[in-house]
Design a protein around this ligand. Structure first.
Ligand SMILES: [Fe+2]
Ligand SMILES: [Fe+2]
Length: 310
């Protein structure tokens, strides 16, 4: 979903007596969409557009910026400020194809009814704004990396739950200390990715990812510390490669340097987890454990494949 491109008015236009000036809240995704629709109707309009959320914008006298942000206004003839339903009617009467709506609003009681409906909308507006913000593309994540970030979010969710699984069944003091420490790190990773990936972009399969993570931690925990460390080493080896692919894709894109830095920091933690697991594993896995580790590696790859899409 992309936001419509808004043609902002020069602040001086807010007092242009030759035009009907629309005073809109450019920080509100709902207002931006509506204004985008009006602006797209015809290239030549007797209208000026004034973003009242911009602190540099000089506003018509008589009301505060907060008051202009709280309701829809137009400025007619450079001096007369209309608000709410009356402002919409003035705007529609200036727009080709919308004048019938202005004529309908001129019927007895129609403007009052419209004003009541507008006040009802204003009560819902904060909740609708939050919803619209959540669906807007994130400036932090480029469109071509949304699917990868969705898989990162799903992966970090699974990682947290791997340690829930380990802690549910392991009574080994060393394993428990290791799992508690690593779980904290994975929670931080999850929070950082959640900050840049709005919830509508996240995987719809978070419950299955939690269950898969829990089992991936619980099963080796039942078998002993060596199985836990071997499992974590396998998972982290895969995660390291997964993060590296994204870091490579963001190379040479300075506008996304912050995202790349975040991924590099997460990757460094994963490599530490891998190396610590390998050091604690002491001896290479036997055939059965090696088979399990291969299964964990290919399961992680399959999960990423699914999480990119769902
Ligand atoms: Fe992580
Ligand atoms: Fe990790």
């Amino acid at each position: 979903m992309t936001s419509p491109e808004i043609r902002p008015a020069h602040p001086a236009e807010c007092a242009n007596p030759a035009a009907l000036t629309v005073l809109y809240d450019g920080a509100c995704p709902l207002c931006r969409r509506e204004v985008g629709v009006y602006q797209g109707l015809t290239p030549r309009q007797p209208l000026a557009w004034c973003d009242v959320s911009d602190p540099a914008t000089a506003l018509p006298a008589g009301a505060t910026r907060d008051a202009y942000l709280a309701r829809f206004h137009v400025l007619r003839g450079g001096t007369e400020v209309l608000s709410g339903a009356r402002a919409f009617v003035a705007l529609w009467s200036a727009l080709p194809g919308w004048r019938w709506l202005a004529r309908a609003a001129a019927l007895p009681g129609a403007t009052s009814g419209l004003e009541l409906a507008y006040r009802g909308f204003l009560r819902l507006r904060p909740a609708l704004q939050r919803l619209a913000h959540a669906f807007e593309p994130s400036a932090a994540v480029p469109a071509d990396l949304i699917a990868e970030m969705r898989s990162d979010h799903a992966g970090e969710t699974g990682a947290v739950w791997i340690y829930h699984g380990v802690l549910a069944f392991s009574r080994d003091a060393g394993v428990r200390e290791f799992a508690l420490r690593h779980r904290d790190t994975e929670r931080r990773h999850l929070e950082r990715i959640a900050e840049v990936l709005p919830w509508p972009r996240r995987s719809r399969l978070l419950v299955p990812w939690r269950a898969a993570g829990f089992l991936t931690g619980a099963l080796p925990a039942l078998c002993g510390p060596r199985a836990v460390y071997a499992t974590i080493a396998s998972v982290e080896t895969f995660v390291n490669h997964h993060y590296q692919q994204q870091i490579d894709r963001l190379a040479g894109r300075p506008e996304h340097a912050a995202l790349r830095d975040m991924l590099i920091e997460c990757q460094a933690d994963e490599c530490e987890h891998r190396d610590e697991s390998l050091a604690r594993r002491a001896t290479p896995p036997g055939r059965l454990l090696a088979l399990w580790c291969n299964l964990v590696g290919s399961g992680s790859a399959a999960a990423v494949h699914v999480a990119r899409r769902l």
